[in-house]
Design a protein around this ligand. Structure first.
Ligand code: GUN
Length: 279
C-alpha cells in the first residue's frame, strides 16, 4: 500500500500556521487585504473565487471582491488593476483566469504590480524564481513542494520527472524541484517514449490535463506520484491525470484526487498574501 499524501490535512496545518501569523501581525498594527477580480461568471471560476475568499476569512485577512460583467472592456479592467496597485490598503491582487476572449491575459498579468502579484504570474516574479531571488512563487507548484516536505519525502538527489510545461505549473514546478536539488526532466506532448522517461522518476509530477493518462506502466516501483490534474468524469466523480487505482499499488507514495494537490493551491495563495503583508 502506498503512503497517501494528505493535501487536505497539510493545507489545514498551513492555514492554521498562517492564521497565527496574521494574528500576531495584527497585534503589530499590520492588516492584510486581498483584492479578487473575476470577469464573467464561469461556474468553475466562481467556485475557486468563493474558496479563496473563504480562506482569507479563515486566516483573518480582508478580501475585496470585484465581480465584473463579461462585457467589461480590457481598458476598464486595467484601470481597476491600476487603482488597486496604488491602494495602500490592498497588499495582494489576483485576477481569476481565464479572462474572456476579448482580453489579453498577458497584458493583465503584466499590469498587476509584481509586489502585489500573489499568484506569482508576473514575469518579474517568474524571473526571480529562475535566478533564485526573492519573489512570489506560483501557488500550485509551491504547494507540491510543501506536500513533499511535510510528508517526509526526500527531494535532494532524486530523479524528478515533471509531465507538462505550462507557465503556471510545469515550468515553475521544475525550477522549484531544481532549487531543492533534484535532477529534473520536463516532459511534454512531443517527448519521445514518455513512458520510459516517466519510469525513471523517483518523483513523478503530472500536470498534463488528461484524465487518467498515467497508468501503472509509467511508474517505477516505489516512486512518489504527485497528481496535479482534476477532471469531472461522466459519473460525476472527480479524477486526476493519474489512474489512481492502477498506480497506487505500484507507487511508494501518491496524492489522491480530490484531497491531494487541490487544497494546497489556496493554502499557498494565503501564504503569499501573508508574505505580501510582511514585505
Ligand atoms: N485559474 C486557474 N488557476 C488559477 C490560479 O491559480 N490563479 C488565477 N488567478 N487563476 C487561475
Amino acid at each position: 500500500m502506498a503512503q497517501l499524501i494528505d493535501g487536505k490535512k497539510i493545507s489545514q496545518e498551513i492555514k492554521d500556521e498562517l492564521r497565527d501569523k496574521v494574528a500576531s501581525l495584527q497585534q503589530q498594527g499590520i492588516e492584510g487585504a486581498l483584492a479578487v477580480i473575476q470577469v464573467g461568471n464561469d461556474p468553475a471560476s466562481s467556485v475557486y473565487v468563493r474558496n479563496k475568499k473563504r480562506a482569507c476569512e479563515y486566516i483573518g485577512i480582508r478580501s475585496e471582491s470585484y465581480e465584473l460583467p463579461e462585457e467589461t472592456t480590457e481598458e476598464e479592467l486595467l484601470a481597476l488593476i491600476e487603482t488597486l496597485n496604488e491602494d495602500p490598503k490592498v497588499n495582494g491582487i489576483l485576477c481569476q483566469l481565464p479572462v474572456p476572449a476579448h482580453m489579453d491575459e498577458n497584458k493583465i498579468i503584466r499590469t498587476i504590480s509584481p509586489e502585489k502579484d500573489v499568484d506569482g504570474f508576473h514575469t518579474q516574479n517568474v524571473g526571480a524564481l529562475v535566478v533564485g531571488q526573492q519573489g512570489f512563487v506560483s501557488c500550485t507548484p509551491a504547494g507540491v513542494i510543501q506536500l513533499l516536505k511535510r510528508s517526509g519525502i526526500e527531494i535532494a538527489g532524486k530523479n524528478c520527472v515533471v509531465v507538462g510545461r505550462s507557465n503556471i505549473v510545469g515550468k515553475p514546478m521544475a525550477l522549484l524541484m531544481l532549487k531543492e536539488n533534484a535532477t529534473v526532466t520536463i516532459c511534454h506532448s512531443r517527448t519521445a517514449d514518455l513512458k520510459a522517461v516517466c519510469k525513471q522518476a523517483d518523483i513523478l509530477i503530472v500536470a498534463v490535463g488528461k484524465p487518467k493518462m498515467i497508468t501503472a506502466e509509467y511508474v517505477k516501483e516505489g516512486a512518489t506520484v504527485i497528481d496535479v490534474g482534476i477532471h469531472r468524469q461522466e459519473d460525476g466523480k472527480l479524477c486526476g491525470d493519474v489512474d489512481f487505482d492502477q498506480v497506487e499499488p505500484v507507487a511508494g507514495a501518491i496524492t489522491p484526487v480530490p484531497g491531494g494537490v487541490g487544497p494546497m493551491t489556496i493554502a499557498m495563495l494565503m501564504n503569499n498574501c501573508v508574505e505580501a503583508m510582511t514585505r
